[in-house]
Design a protein around this ligand. Structure first.
Ligand SMILES: [Zn+2]
Length: 222
């Protein structure tokens, strides 16, 4: 069957995730086997070994859950934007909400939690992303990833996930961050606008990958 798939569709990897070797030697299910995808020529596409093992059974756009990745600087209104659009049964992965759900005694301010809570929340968030991006139910998974590294963005795009940028402009973001967020988040504001100079003015535009400068520095991963 693998040979038939390669002969039918060619030997170029159809996934093209970061690290792709381009040369397909395996077959990948379009609709994952776990989702009821059949073992047929129509449901197979050629994939390189790397991408096939990296994708596992994550959903691609048009099958199973729809994933919307919401990016943007701190205090841009990402959660609010999602709450205005989400439907009953949807899933939202929001670092601040996860962290707050883990604390029996809530601090007064949002977005403020001790390091050990943050570490637990990061693990919980990873597990939630892992499971939610494999859902076969036709719901929307809203994933907040404020400042994703370039490699993560490339992967999201390869899966066909929708990427939405929320950015009301630097003046608004700075004012909200100053008054409503821990001081450390101002560094993330600076980073966002260093990487997205096109967003200095108020706008909500499609995200254009900023390329290499995004990738290098270690970012908080939400
Ligand atoms: Zn590949």
């Amino acid at each position: 069957m693998t040979e038939l798939v390669l002969e039918t569709y060619g030997r170029v990897c159809w996934l093209q995730l970061p690290g792709c070797t381009k040369l397909a030697t395996t077959k990948d299910h379009v609709i994952p086997h776990d989702h009821g995808g059949p073992d047929t020529l129509e449901n197979y596409r050629p994939a390189c070994k790397h991408c096939n093992s990296k994708r596992q059974d994550r959903v691609l756009t048009g099958y199973g859950a729809s994933v919307v990745v919401v990016i943007g600087p701190p205090a841009a209104g990402k959660t609010t934007w999602i709450l205005e659009r989400a439907k009953p049964g949807d899933v939202m992965i929001d670092m601040d909400r996860i962290a707050r759900a883990l604390m029996p005694v809530l601090p007064d301010a949002t977005h403020e939690y001790p390091d050990h809570v943050r570490h637990v929340a990061i693990s919980a968030r990873k597990a939630a992303i892992r499971r939610a991006t494999r859902l076969r139910e036709r719901v929307t998974v809203w994933l907040i990833h404020a400042l994703p590294p370039a490699e993560d963005l490339a992967e999201y795009r390869a899966f066909g996930w929708h990427i939405e940028t929320i950015d009301p402009g630097r003046a608004v973001v700075e004012e909200r961050t100053r008054t409503m967020r821990p001081a450390a988040q101002m560094q993330q504001v600076d980073r966002w606008y260093a990487e997205h100079p096109e967003h200095l003015a108020p706008s909500m535009v499609d995200y254009v990958p900023a390329g290499a400068q995004l990738a290098a520095d270690a970012s908080p991963d939400w």
